[in-house]
Design a protein around this ligand. Sequence first.
Ligand code: UD1
Length: 421
Amino acid sequence: MANSQKLVVNGGRRLEGELRVHGAKNSALPLLAASVLAHGECVFHNCPALTDVDAACRILSCLGCRCSRSGDTVCVEAANVCGSEIPDGLMREMRSSIVFLGAVLGRTGRCRLTFPGGCELGARPIDLHLAALREMGAVISEEHGWLECTAPGGLKGARIALSFPSVGATENVMLAAACANGTTEIQNAAREPEIIDLAEFLNKCGAKISGAGGSVIAIEGVKRLEPAEHSVIPDRIVTGTYLCCAAATRGELILTRCEPAHIVGFLPVLEAMGCRVYPYGAGKLYISCTRRLTAPPTIRTMPYPGFPTDIQAIFMALCTICDGTSVFVENIFDNRYRHVPELIRLGASIKVEGRVAVVQGVPRLSGAKVCAGELRGGAALVTAALAAEGTSEISGTGFIDRGYESIETALRSVGADISRR
Ligand code: UD1
């Protein structure tokens, strides 16, 4: 992810205008993995142009699929899946490569891959993924960092009770179960909108999945999946990021091509802080913020529909310039405060004790040189820099590009002074 580019932000400009939200990274990745199961060419619209999506396309190529992009449409031809190995470099590049495991195993009966790299958010084990696949008949051995997975008697339906509603494990089981022999039931399944999107796509392909969006998902295995055309849902975390950028600059934005129903976990928080924010016609959101915000009630990250861990850093950036004291409790990941020292460089007052961060609002932030250490933390630094007095330089832009399509172009179009050097 290292590159030498920087985002240079001259803060203090009010954001105003209309901004389109791109498709969800966290939907696009499992959807691209799912295309491995379809015997033919799948077409995905609203597929964001992100480095993580490029990495998923490179994995598909390694497996023998043909991938092409035209604008925001990506086509995946998976008629001849001939590979079942995901190179170590690609596993390290993107942790979510693990979601290919269920699909490749389902299609080819075999998958060889390394443990997903990086520990940017603390330990991110895959024990739930592996235990579930083993219950479905997979034989998995681990040697020298490689996972060798086979399904000698074919994958078979099972009752899987997840001890935590893991998004990736739920997706992997859905993918492995789509063409398994018999019915799989996932209990304590993740309920994120991306799970519903994956189920809807798989069902278009001929899968028989019910209950997605609830805690129990049933997947009746079918013989074979056919290709389908699908539009990726809007990115709810990008939606939240732009809302926070508007709030941080006391701006007024209309976001288009977004899904207000997917942001129930944090929309009330923005309202409690003093923003006016409401749906504005189909797929649109309006936000305006005319005064200094006040600290929200304690923010606790939770699985969907609770407050998303992915937007925690960005709200923290906003809280640094609120009236009063804000408290964050990070319940999903154990090392998700890496943005804190960088926000402090910008003048924020934050104390961290384990899972809890306490933010004392300051009158203003001031521009500084800061470094993004991971994707959403990087977006938090952009949010803070937009509000800060003076110039900020944000390095580590490679992380931000994993989840935001040219963030500088988007923000510049609504009045920010931000450029890439
Ligand atoms: C997905 C999202 C990520 C988001 C996260 C939580 C994608 C590509 N990524 O990640 O942006 O932050 O959901 O909303 O969709 N865990 C285990 N064992 C496992 C699996 C998970 O202990 O086998 C733990 C993790 O360490 C973490 C928690 O469960 O503490 C949540 O992880 P999970 O829901 O699996 O997140 P991801 O699917 O990795």
